[in-house]
Design a protein around this ligand. Structure first.
Ligand SMILES: *[C@@H]1O[C@H](CO)[C@@H](O)[C@H](O)[C@H]1NC(C)=O
Ligand SMILES: *[C@@H]1O[C@H](CO)[C@@H](O)[C@H](O)[C@H]1NC(C)=O
Ligand SMILES: *[C@@H]1O[C@H](CO)[C@@H](O)[C@H](O)[C@H]1NC(C)=O
Ligand SMILES: *[C@@H]1O[C@H](CO)[C@@H](O)[C@H](O)[C@H]1NC(C)=O
Ligand SMILES: *[C@@H]1O[C@H](CO)[C@@H](O)[C@H](O)[C@H]1NC(C)=O
Ligand SMILES: *[C@@H]1O[C@H](CO)[C@@H](O)[C@H](O)[C@H]1NC(C)=O
Ligand SMILES: *[C@@H]1O[C@H](CO)[C@@H](O)[C@H](O)[C@H]1NC(C)=O
Ligand SMILES: *[C@@H]1O[C@H](CO)[C@@H](O)[C@H](O)[C@H]1NC(C)=O
Ligand SMILES: *[C@@H]1O[C@H](CO)[C@@H](O)[C@H](O)[C@H]1NC(C)=O
Ligand SMILES: *[C@@H]1O[C@H](CO)[C@@H](O)[C@H](O)[C@H]1NC(C)=O
Length: 497
């Protein structure tokens, strides 16, 4: 029983609080569109749906087709935006001033009272005519400002050009910032005398930039363009964010994903969704985190956070983010490059080893090894088989200063072996070799290395890992080595000479 009373009391309190709450347009019976124009809070088509009567949109269905109207006027709304811009596009009348041969026939002055809305500076004031003085007056703050332009055509009509509003047939001026009311007045200098056949009326209007292009035809037939689109800027109230925020009950930009902006040239504040959030910023907590992951912004795993952001994760074994902007791709590219370079160098080294083995075999290296081991290894004067590296070190990488002979046969270098022995190393030029020649060469290497005669230069060994074998001789300091190696009697014993 007590519980029931408690619940009833709670329900009463909740109902009372709800009735105190300012309109938020959350009511499901509120119209959300009129024709193809959406009606979003703070706008609404009736009390309880709009924020204040300034945001009333009347949906006129009298003609069968729903037409949204600005407040309770006859001004038609053609577009509205609440999320990114705070703009409203309306149709306004064109001011006219017409003449016949006896004088002025009719004059229509247009005006717009936008209350706390402002005429956007994205509009321009345009006047059309060949005898036209156009003035636009507006209220900015407390003062009344007016501006305008003059359009004439001169005597030569050929100077009027399509698309140009520079004072000949058409003129235009910018709209000052912060205007909240305007009236347009048109007048003539000489009642369009002498030009009535092609221009009997002057026209004036405020139009969104880019929505009107002057045509010479408009000078004598403008009737079909009755109304022009104009942009209004709107904001909430007449206070800045800082002040408005203090009244937490009335302040609208409430929610984690929402913030307040001011400073557009008029009073009041505007609400926006934070980056990464979407929704209606004028409704409490309506800006919600966009799930960027559903928009497939990542190439691999995507983690959407609750703070308006998201993170792209790489698959296991990769590093760096992989947002489609390419930072992850760069890291992957660098990694790939290093891997390719490593692979290339490895293959090159392996190829070099294989080449060395190939040359060693080609030059009878295996045959020589067999011969040497066949001799029982007892002979201390056996030919030594050198590696490329050993001879490179001995000649200081075939340094120019080590050259002791050079000719058509090749080059002879002076070298110092690891065991401090001084030797002459012969590097021959390329020649073709047949199998029998190689056999003969190996035989001679073996024999020459065993001969100890003062007239014969002793062969220390050879290197078979190069394309053409390198021969290593004992160094003879007296007499040129050339004489020793290349005396006619021994020439044929040295292949490649
Ligand atoms: C509607 O127009 C009447 C006058 O035509 C005006 O008194 C009234 O305040 C207007 N209502 C709103 C909500 O603007
Ligand atoms: C309506 O306004 C929105 C936002 O300003 C704009 O993107 C859209 O092009 C407009 N539509 C028309 C028909 O002008
Ligand atoms: C202006 O001239 C056009 C034809 O050029 C005519 O149809 C129109 O009725 C005239 N308007 C006035 C107010 O005289
Ligand atoms: C000019 O317009 C006035 C008023 O509309 C009319 O009374 C008059 O007859 C017109 N004059 C000519 C020459 O058409
Ligand atoms: C003058 O303005 C009224 C409404 O204010 C409109 O009904 C009428 O058609 C306009 N006349 C011309 C010539 O634009
Ligand atoms: C108008 O100007 C053009 C050149 O700009 C000229 O050829 C033509 O004769 C002029 N016509 C008149 C009526 O002055
Ligand atoms: C335009 O508005 C100003 C200021 O309210 C006023 O003084 C002026 O008479 C108006 N002009 C016309 C033609 O209504
Ligand atoms: C301007 O364009 C209209 C068509 O939109 C054309 O009929 C007219 O002759 C053009 N005028 C000039 C001066 O090129
Ligand atoms: C701001 O608006 C309130 C009513 O909405 C009004 O009472 C107050 O005078 C306005 N203040 C200014 C500076 O316009
Ligand atoms: C945001 O407002 C719209 C109506 O404008 C509503 O349909 C939607 O459910 C709201 N979203 C949240 C998260 O409150």
């Amino acid at each position: 029983m007590q519980l029931r009373i408690l619940l009833l009391a709670a329900a009463v309190v909740v109902a009372a609080m709800a009735s105190l709450k300012p309109a938020t347009g959350q009511d499901s019976s509120c119209e959300t569109s009129c024709g193809d124009v959406p009606i979003e809070f703070p706008f609404g088509s009736r009390e309880g749906c709009y924020h204040t009567p300034d945001f009333l949109v009347t949906c006129d269905r009298s003609s069968g087709q729903p037409v949204p109207l600005f407040r309770n006027s006859t001004i038609v709304i053609t577009n509205m935006s609440t999320t990114h811009e705070s703009e409203m596009e309306i149709k306004t009348f064109v001011a006219t001033d017409c003449y016949n041969s006896t004088g002025r026939t009719e004059r229509n002055i247009t005006f717009l009272r936008s209350s706390n809305f402002r005429i956007s500076t994205k509009n321009v004031f345009v006047a059309i005519g060949c005898d036209t003085r156009a003035r636009i007056g507006g209220r900015r703050g407390m003062e009344f400002d007016s501006t305008g332009c003059i359009s004439t055509c001169g005597s030569n009509m050929s100077s009027i050009t399509n698309g140009s509003c520079s004072g000949v047939g058409c003129c235009q001026v910018a709209i000052p910032e912060g205007m909240r009311f305007f009236n347009i007045t048109l007048s003539s200098y000489s009642n369009h005398k002498n030009i009535l056949e092609f221009n009997n009326c002057s026209y004036g209007f405020v139009v969104a930039q880019g929505k009107y292009t002057f045509s010479t035809n408009d000078l004598h037939d403008f009737g079909s363009v009755e109304k022009m689109p104009l942009l209004l800027d709107w904001a909430i109230g007449n206070e800045t964010c800082e002040i408005a925020r203090k009244d937490t009950h009335k302040f609208l930009c409430k929610g984690k994903g929402q913030y307040c902006v001011d400073g557009y040239g008029g009073p009041g504040y505007r609400c926006r969704c934070r980056p990464g959030y979407a929704g209606n910023p004028y409704r409490e907590n309506n800006c919600t985190n966009i799930n960027e992951c559903e928009l497939s912004v990542c190439q691999h795993d995507c983690i959407n956070d609750d703070d308006g952001g998201y993170e792209c994760r790489c698959p296991k074994g990769y590093s760096g983010g992989d947002k489609k902007d390419g930072t992850g791709t760069l890291a992957a590219a660098i990694f790939l490059l290093i891997f390719i370079a490593w692979l290339y160098l490895g293959l090159k080294k392996r190829k070099l080893i294989l080449l060395k083995e190939k040359f060693f075999r080609q030059n009878g290296g295996i045959m020589l090894q067999q011969r040497i081991s066949g001799e029982g290894g007892s002979h201390h004067d056996q030919a030594k088989v050198f590696t490329i590296e050993e001879l490179k070190r001995a000649t200081n990488n075939y340094d120019e200063t080590r050259i002791i002979g050079k000719g058509g046969y090749g080059t002879v270098y002076k070298g110092v072996l690891f065991d401090k022995r001084t030797v002459a190393i012969k590097k021959s030029k390329l020649v073709d070799q047949t199998q029998s020649q190689i056999e003969q060469f190996i035989n001679e290497v073996v024999i020459l290395s065993q001969i100890n005669h003062r007239n014969v230069v002793k062969l220390v060994g050879c290197c078979l890992e190069t394309e053409v074998p390198l021969l290593v001789y004992e160094f003879i300091s007296n007499g040129t080595l050339y004489d020793h190696i290349h005396n006619e009697s021994r020439r044929d014993t040295l292949p490649g000479s």
